[in-house]
Design a protein around this ligand. Structure first.
Ligand SMILES: NC(=O)c1ccc[n+]([C@@H]2O[C@H](COP(=O)([O-])OP(=O)(O)OC[C@H]3O[C@@H](n4cnc5c(N)ncnc54)[C@H](O)[C@@H]3O)[C@@H](O)[C@H]2O)c1
Length: 258
């Protein structure tokens, strides 16, 4: 049994009960972590209400907005976290965004703004949040982000998000190199395809899942809770020697050549 008692964990990216971040938050909570949840605010406060209701059972001691495109909000949120907790042990970066138009058809049609937005939200945000968390990780820490095979191999329709994930995976290595001397570990989980709000924007996501169910060694795709288990392991002392790595949680699909 993994024990995260006494660890303060920030979890970003919960939108609803299908979110991978929701699977991770549940498993971190089960392992005893004290949770801080951040959400993407919207004008009408719909996300806030929905996410607050969902996470209530996990009794988070922090619940704050954090739009990663808003530097002031990031700084205010991490200042409030520092004030309340004093230290952060775990940061889960589990968010991404690209315009739907850029997630189907020809990659060469990606617009300039679409490219910038996808990499700003999905890639740069890891570095920005790591910088905000770094001064609070005074006793070392673990940062985990979510990536996908489309950052390494060509997956139809994944397009600009594949470029964002490639840059995200390299960001993991650079951050791991920088933060290692402070005993802050940085890793990514490359998850198999799962039906979520974000993945439903990718053209042909159901076909991708069916393909994995036929081809992956385990003859299925993975669940949010399985990803949550791997994230909990990476955040625990059992993974104390692991940093800068991409861990595939994909029912084995990545090893297949044909
Ligand atoms: N679902 C899959 O098949 C799959 C596979 C591999 C990796 N991933 C990755 O997992 C992560 C989580 O995605 P998911 O599939 O659970 O979908 P999701 O839609 O549940 O989560 C995406 C989250 O990103 C948040 N977000 C978007 N823009 C934001 C912003 N500006 N500031 C703060 N938050 C913002 C949304 O609010 C949402 O909570 C993403 O990085 C995604 O690329 C997903």
């Amino acid at each position: 049994m993994l024990n995260l008692t006494g660890k303060n964990a920030i979890v970003t990216g919960i939108a609803n009960n299908r979110s991978i971040a929701w699977g991770i938050a549940q498993q971190l909570h089960q392992a005893g972590a004290n949770l801080g949840i951040t959400f993407l605010p919207d004008d009408k406060g719909r996300y806030e209400r929905k996410v607050a209701e969902l996470v209530e059972s996990l009794q988070p001691s922090i619940f704050l907005p954090c739009d990663v495109q808003n530097d002031e909000q990031i700084d205010a949120t991490f200042a409030a976290i520092g004030e309340k907790w004093g230290k952060v042990d775990i940061l889960i970066h589990c968010l991404a965004f690209a315009n739907k138009d850029d997630l189907s058809g020809d990659f060469s049609n990606t617009s300039r703004q679409g490219f910038i937005t996808a990499l700003e939200v999905s890639t740069y945000s890891l570095t920005r949040l790591a910088a905000a968390a770094k001064p609070l990780m005074t006793e070392g820490g673990s940062i985990v982000t979510l990536t996908y095979l489309g950052g390494v191999k060509v997956i139809p329709n994944y397009n600009v998000m594949g470029v964002a994930k490639a840059a995200l995976e390299m960001s993991v290595r650079y951050l791991a190199g920088e933060l290692g001397p402070q005993n802050i570990r940085v890793n990514a989980i490359s998850a198999g395809p799962i039906r979520t709000l974000a993945s439903s924007a990718v053209g042909g996501i159901l076909d991708m899942i069916h393909h994995v169910e036929q081809v992956a060694p385990l003859r299925r795709t993975v669940t949010q809770l399985e990803v949550g288990n791997a994230a909990t392991f990476l955040c625990s002392d059992l993974a104390s020697g692991i940093t800068g790595q991409i861990l595939y949680v994909d029912a084995g699909y990545e090893i297949m050549g044909m």
